[in-house]
Write a protein that binds this ligand. Structure first.
Ligand code: CA
Length: 521
């Protein structure tokens, strides 16, 4: 007892000193966190995920120097809900953001608040999209609403500011400012979040000419017939129906006699929105824009396309502008990674790269996300932390965006609240394996019939081989896929002879997950 007492006194002294500061002391063992999130960046558009479309050398560095998750998924494939999952580590039905109409309740426990309590300096720059003001951040400067590609308006700690320039660059400048000006006596957690490559995919002038003279191959499922998949057939997210103005960047006089395109939302003021956007460019920006897009417009007028030729022209226009936006993202991430090195922060900083979900790059004839099919269920996830994660790790275990908050808290040495439903991936990252890791994931999408794209609500289970989806609105029905035999998910096996037992087993597993995650529907 006598030996222990001095230690007690010593600890008591520390806790008094710390108590006055209101948080734990800075421990050199606490890593910094740079959390990079883009909007709608599909795995198919990252070279370390095997993309044949684009090279992304800076994002790839994170895979080479850290870990790439081969099977990372989201729990609800849409913007605001995914962001709320990240912050809370809870499914949408418990964090309160089921769809883009919902408002985030910032009073609940979140990753930044818990990190602050653990002694971190916390900041966010760029895309936020949760309607309420950010909570738990010592500094925030966020894009208003969806954010604009050019000359974005932002809210800095509550003050609205008008910026001039390109959003991806501005967001990066702000991130670098935070890193330079942060208090150096604390570890930091910076959420550095891009609007790009979200619709309407407006590239930066220096990338206008990328892929200009080549045709990008159509995905094999571009002309999907949606057989036995009524929800897929009903969805309004076909590339062929993209807006002529807002998406294709044509001017009204270019497409007289053509339909504007349903574009996913009949109520959207598409011509007004595009007019405002294009007129929001400065004279210099507009001159550069016109130099490139006037050629596109002239070619469209000359070609008089219809039918499949028009759909395929739209695909080329869409995919090229989408990829060009990613070239900016990758280059700007390179700036930040270089800064970490120059500032001596590369070793003790966890760098996460992810997107709020995946995206269709013409697969099933689509753009957008929402469905539990692979392209939008998956999201990129790369994590670099040289002090703990072996370089070049490829992790096959099924990861969820739900796991990110618990994982980062775990690395920070902060307690993970019971209410968080995700699991720390720290053991997976450090050792490549974790005891009793999940063999199936649970998914639930809600936004319907309001909002965009008419995707019926559904929940489902994905195991390593199978996927079972319940579209529960009347007329309710199920879909079942064997991902090994049918990776493109074209053949709905539900109700087909020979699959009754498989469907029954998956339904039981699905019910168990719904119970585990406390989802009544
Ligand atoms: Ca998104």
């Amino acid at each position: 007892m006598q030996n222990i007492l001095p230690v007690f006194r010593y600890l008591a002294l520390i806790s008094i000193v710390v108590g006055t500061a209101g948080s734990k002391p800075f421990s050199p063992a606490q890593p910094n966190i740079l959390f990079i999130m883009t909007d709608d960046h599909a795995q198919q558009a990252i070279s370390s995920y095997g993309s044949s479309l684009i090279r992304t050398p800076n994002i790839d560095r994170l895979a080479q120097e850290g870990a790439l998750f081969e099977n990372s998924f989201v729990t609800n494939s849409i913007c605001a809900p995914s962001r709320a999952v990240l912050l809370t580590g809870k499914y949408s039905h418990l964090n309160g953001v089921r769809d883009n109409r919902d408002t985030f309740d910032g009073s609940q426990p979140t990753l930044p608040k818990l990190l602050q309590r653990a002694g971190y300096y916390t900041a966010i720059v760029g895309k936020w999209h949760l309607k309420t003001e950010p909570t738990g951040f010592d500094y925030w400067n966020i894009l208003l609403g969806q954010g604009q590609y050019y000359n974005p308006r932002m809210a800095k700690m509550g003050d609205t500011l008008q910026y001039h320039g390109y959003s991806t660059t501005i967001t990066t400048d702000l991130a670098l400012e935070v890193l330079q000006n942060r208090p150096k006596d604390k570890p930091f957690c910076l959420l550095y979040q891009h609007k790009a490559p979200h619709r309407n995919f407006m590239p930066e002038p220096q990338y206008f000419s990328a892929w200009a003279d080549e045709a990008i191959p159509l995905p094999a499922t571009f002309y999907d017939d949606y057989k036995n998949r009524p929800a897929a057939e009903e969805a309004d997210m076909r590339v062929a129906d993209m807006y002529m103005g807002f998406d294709m960047k044509l001017m009204p006089e270019d497409y007289e006699g053509y339909p504007e395109g349903s574009g996913g939302n009949a109520d959207f003021d598409v011509s007004g929105s595009w007019k405002n956007t294009i007129e929001g460019l400065s004279p210099g920006q507009r001159a550069e824009w016109d130099k490139h897009y006037n050629t596109v417009r002239r070619e469209f007028r000359e070609q008089q396309l219809t039918g499949k030729a028009l759909a395929e022209w739209k695909f080329q226009r869409y995919i090229k502008d989408y990829l060009r936006c990613i070239l900016s993202v990758d280059a700007q991430i390179g700036r930040v990674l270089n800064y970490l090195e120059e500032a001596g922060l590369a070793e003790n900083t966890i760098v996460v790269y992810t997107s709020d979900q995946g995206f269709y790059l013409g697969e099933h004839g689509w753009y957008d996300k929402r469905f539990m099919y692979e392209q939008s269920l998956r999201t990129p996830l790369l994590i670099r932390y040289p002090e703990a994660i072996p370089a070049g790790s490829r992790i096959a275990a099924m990861a969820l965006n739900l796991d990110l908050a618990p994982t980062l808290l775990d690395f920070a040495g902060a307690p993970i609240p019971e209410s968080m439903q995700g699991r720390s991936m720290k053991p997976l990252l450090e050792n490549g394996k974790a005891r009793r890791w999940r063999k199936a994931i649970y998914y639930h999408y809600y936004e319907y019939p309001y909002g965009w794209h008419k995707v019926r609500p559904h929940y489902g289970i994905r195991t390593e081989r199978y996927k079972l989806i319940h579209f529960y609105n009347e007329p309710a029905y199920w879909e079942l896929y064997d991902l090994e035999k049918d990776p493109d998910e074209l053949n709905n096996l539900y109700g087909q002879p020979g699959y009754e037992k498989r469907a029954g087993k998956l339904k039981l597993q699905l019910e168990a997950l719904r119970k585990q995650y406390k989802d009544g529907k």
